[in-house]
Write a protein that binds this ligand. Structure first.
Ligand code: UT7
Length: 323
């Protein structure tokens, strides 16, 4: 038996900082509305010509550095994104080339805001079954490219960025006190696709398209689905909310984070919150938040960390990691 241990993480934010006050100048909106409804104060946007693969490569290099490994050590890249550089090739293969990795496999995962949890689950299963030894798992997005600047209900909510973790295979099944990915739990329900989608794409349209969201409905489903998958994760591992050291949630809306914590009886002080700084960066948000909390010393080796996310599809999921 094998398991995968998270041996490093890293993140990257582009230089261009955009505050709510900047958005007030181009949209019929206000800092007060954005902060009150979402908790967002600012976001970062990629520079013109700066691609998802650029953000992803920086994050992956930083995660490998933190793990004391190099591109040549890696035999799997799983990259979650809904904003790939091109329709094909996979953005992951561009990152693979830039990391100097010439063996193994690299591919993209598409589960929108849940993408990182899906990618983590896939990489963890590759390692457990002996198909990979060292995996770089990346969430990277340039959502600024698919925002409709005529639609104030969505344009104020998203940002660009990337985060990555390195998983390494070790011998032994391990138990709950051992470092490693303890479990992952994935769900989707395609009946809700019309509530959060992009109105373009290669098969349906000549355009890349823009993000469309029925915010209120998505909000309602998010709190219910996230509470369910967190409960499923705790139950599968014989734990209660009190046993978890940190929750690293997808960062869509401060009110979703507070609502989920309340519903589950999780101490709000255990929730890692970056939505105020980064806005919603889709697949990048969980590894960005994880890296922020590792870097500032909150999350330490040995901590029990629960990751969760919900996004378009709908897709949702959670993962439990002993760091
Ligand atoms: O990451 C994937 C998952 N995504 C999410 O989880 C997002 C879930 N949804 C949300 O976060 C929230 O629903 C939003 C932040 C999108 C919206 O908050 P809300 O409390 O649901 O507001 P609302 O959509 O009900 O809109 C309230 C009002 C409306 O005006 P009326 O109809 O009440 O007069 C909107 O027109 O706010 C208005 N409004 C705005 N006002 C100023 C909508 N957007 C803006 C804006 N600035 N940017």
């Amino acid at each position: 038996m094998r398991r995968s241990v998270l041996v490093g993480c890293g993140s990257y934010l582009p230089d261009r900082l955009v505050t709510n006050f900047d958005l007030e100048k181009i949209l019929d909106t206000s800092n007060d509305w954005i902060v009150e409804r979402s908790g967002i104060h600012q976001r970062y946007f990629a520079a013109e010509g700066q691609l998802t693969s650029d953000l992803a490569t920086h994050a992956a290099e930083r995660a490998l550095h933190a793990a004391g490994l190099r591109g040549g050590d890696v035999d799997l890249v799983v990259l979650a994104t809904a904003t790939p550089d091109q329709t094909f090739p996979a953005t992951a293969t561009k990152v693979q080339a830039r990391l100097g990795m010439t063996r193994g496999a690299a591919f993209d995962i598409q589960a929108v805001c849940s993408g990182f949890i899906y990618a983590l689950a896939v990489a963890n299963n590759f390692i457990r079954t002996g198909q990979a030894d060292v995996a770089v798992v990346i969430g990277a997005e340039t959502f600024s490219r698919i925002l409709d600047w005529q639609d104030r209900t969505t344009a104020v909510l998203f940002g660009d960025g990337a985060g990555a973790v390195v998983l390494k295979g070790v011998k032994g099944h391990g138990d709950i006190s051992d470092r490693g990915v303890l479990s992952t739990h994935l769900h989707s329900d395609g009946r809700h696709g019309h509530l959060l989608y992009v109105d373009g794409g290669p098969s349906s349209s000549k355009q890349v398209g823009h993000l469309r969201m029925s915010g209120r409905e998505v909000f309602r489903h998010a709190v219910v689905n996230l509470a369910e998958v967190v409960t499923e994760t705790l139950t599968a591992n014989g734990l209660t909310a009190a046993d978890i050291d940190w929750v690293v949630p997808h960062q869509a809306n401060r009110r979703i984070l507070d609502g989920t914590a309340k519903k589950l009886g999780i101490d709000p002080a255990k929730m890692v919150v970056t939505v105020d700084q980064h806005a919603n960066t889709s697949a990048a948000s969980v590894p960005l938040a994880l890296t922020a909390a590792v870097r500032d010393g909150r999350i330490k080796t040995g901590d029990l960390v629960l990751l969760e996310a919900m996004g378009g599809g709908f897709t949702w999921g959670a993962g439990l990691v002993r760091m």
